[in-house]
Design a protein around this ligand. Structure first.
Ligand code: ZN
Ligand code: ZN
Length: 173
């Protein structure tokens, strides 16, 4: 999604568009619905916007891809990169963390949109809170049922608990 700086009118530029975004190493991009307002203050450009997307994430336990909706608001300041390279003594300080740069009268917010989604996405996404993941021995997806190796690995303490439950049941009957 590109903005031509000299096209921004005094009252600001409002744009709404569907923007394909490639999240992580997904095979196909997800479509983001983007709404932005860009305002120019001399060479500085302030971009405020909203991005709505159903992003495809990969579960960190079972590796299944699943959709996760995001509804994000962002604000970013842009400065011309030409000014920075000309000023050799210019050092980036902590206060300029949220500043990005544009060059040649053109500002591309695609990277910013991607960044917003990645920042909002969990470090270790889960398809569901109680995802059982894959069996470390055979690689079977345990959400689809227990694999064969599980039966041999029953904790002896749990086994005796099972017996205890059976005993209780018998006593009730
Ligand atoms: Zn999962
Ligand atoms: Zn297994």
């Amino acid at each position: 999604m590109k903005i031509i700086i000299s096209d921004i009118p005094d009252e600001g530029l409002i744009q709404e568009a569907d923007q394909p975004l490639l999240i992580n190493d997904n095979a196909k991009p997800d479509i983001a619905h983007v709404f932005i307002k860009a305002v120019r203050f001399g060479k500085r450009v302030l971009v405020e916007g909203l991005v709505k997307i159903s992003a495809t994430l990969k579960c960190s336990r079972c590796l299944t891809e699943f959709p996760r909706p995001f509804d994000l608001a962002f604000k970013e300041e842009y400065l011309p990169s030409e000014d920075i390279s000309r000023d050799k003594d210019h050092e980036l300080t902590g206060g300029e963390m949220d500043v990005s740069f544009y060059s040649n009268d053109e500002l591309d917010i695609s990277e910013l949109l991607k960044e917003q989604v990645l920042l909002a996405a969990p470090m270790k996404p889960l398809c569901r809170d109680d995802c059982r993941g894959l069996c470390p021995a055979c690689g079977e997806d345990l959400n689809k049922g227990a694999c064969d190796c599980r039966k041999e690995e029953i904790d002896p303490r749990l086994a005796s608990l099972e017996k205890f439950k059976e005993l209780l049941k018998e006593r009730k009957e």
